[in-house]
Design a protein. Structure first.
Length: 349
């Protein structure tokens, strides 16, 4: 707890990192610590082994490691941010008192705001993806394997969405580590009801909501496919009946998962709820699941804050996916964070 405690708040402004990682080398042994490629990795300058953010296939890279010990890597990930993210989550998991968890929350939000919300120091969305994966990821092996086999792109999207849901949930006041771990894993179940029949049309429909004003059902002309897509959010555990009881700390998560296709004006599905009928967490699920897909992600640090805070505006985000209450809460916490820092004695301590 000591590194990020109120008495050591200088970590918010200290300069303990390099100015940025560019071209360097990465060894196979180092890569074994990563789920997502920390940058664009090549072999002998001729073959791209993986691009930044790709799920690292260690067995594939092992073949190339037999001819050389390290690979050229154009880094997009900032390792010190990954470590700091993990440190915050460790503090939350080890803190018994709510007051300590709340101090860690404010510390985290100050760090997050400086890098990812305001863009004043170096950072990439990859930092959040890798940090959240290391801190929380614990999917049942069979479900992890099936997602990776069926669609690595969707697997990466859910990893990004899970990381952002944790960050925004902390902004909304959630500080229990076990609850945050559940929240991180929710996106992996958004479309799990389609896993056994996942095809190009379904992936296209899922991806459509990550585009501006996406309307996924319009892509499905087949009546059977349209019905299956409309119903899939009601049965996220159909292929894994024991997961809900044995895997999650929170119970009865089906209503939360079902909300990811709703719209704030009631035009979504399956229940056609409007924003006044959604809880804060349900509204967050609607917002994140329909605004943060990988098609529009740029892992360059200078665009990270635009990608994140630019969507927290109902005139900019995907149509009818941000409730006025959620917008006010997210904008408000980052706008007024200095006051919270003073109130919790995190500045000048």
């Amino acid at each position: 707890m000591e590194r990020n405690s109120a008495a050591n708040a200088s970590f918010l402004t200290d300069d303990d990192s390099e100015s940025g990682q560019l071209d360097s080398e990465i060894s196979f042994e180092q890569l074994e610590n990563f789920c997502f490629a920390p940058g664009d990795i090549t072999w002998k300058g001729k073959l791209t082994l993986c691009s930044a953010g790709d799920v690292v296939d260690h067995s594939y890279l092992l073949k190339f490691s037999k001819t050389q010990n390290s690979f050229p890597c154009h880094y997009r990930m900032y390792s010190w941010n990954v470590e700091k993210f993990c440190s915050f989550m460790t503090d939350l998991s080890e803190s018994k008192a709510h007051s300590l968890r709340d101090q860690t929350r404010i510390n985290f939000l100050a760090w997050f705001r400086m890098i990812y919300w305001l863009g004043k120091t170096d950072g990439s969305l990859l930092d959040l993806m890798e940090g959240a994966h290391r801190s929380f990821f614990d999917l049942p092996k069979e479900l992890e394997a099936e997602w990776k086999e069926k669609s690595l792109d969707l697997y990466r999207v859910y990893s990004l969405q899970g990381a952002l849901m944790v960050c925004f949930s902390l902004a909304l006041g959630y500080v229990d580590y076990k609850v945050l771990k559940d929240i991180y894993h929710l996106p992996f179940f958004f479309d799990s009801g389609l896993l056994d029949k996942l095809n190009f049309n379904y992936v296209a429909a899922i991806s459509e909501e990550w585009q501006d004003k996406g309307k996924p059902l319009h892509l499905l002309k087949n009546t059977v496919e349209k019905k299956e897509f409309e119903d899939h959010s009601k049965k996220p555990f159909v292929n894994y009946p024991e997961v809900e009881e044995k895997f999650f700390h929170m119970k009865n998560l089906l209503p939360l998962i079902m909300r990811h296709h709703e719209k704030t004006d009631g035009s979504g599905f399956p229940d056609g709820l409007n924003w006044s009928e959604l809880s804060d967490l349900e509204a967050l699920i609607v917002f994140v699941s329909q605004n943060y897909g990988l098609e529009s992600v740029d892992f360059n640090n200078e665009n990270t804050c635009v990608f994140l805070n630019g969507r927290v505006d109902r005139d900019v985000c995907n149509e009818k996916t941000l409730s006025p209450r959620l917008e006010a809460m997210l904008v408000g916490i980052f706008k007024n964070l200095d006051k919270y820092l003073v109130d919790t004695d995190l500045i000048g301590a």
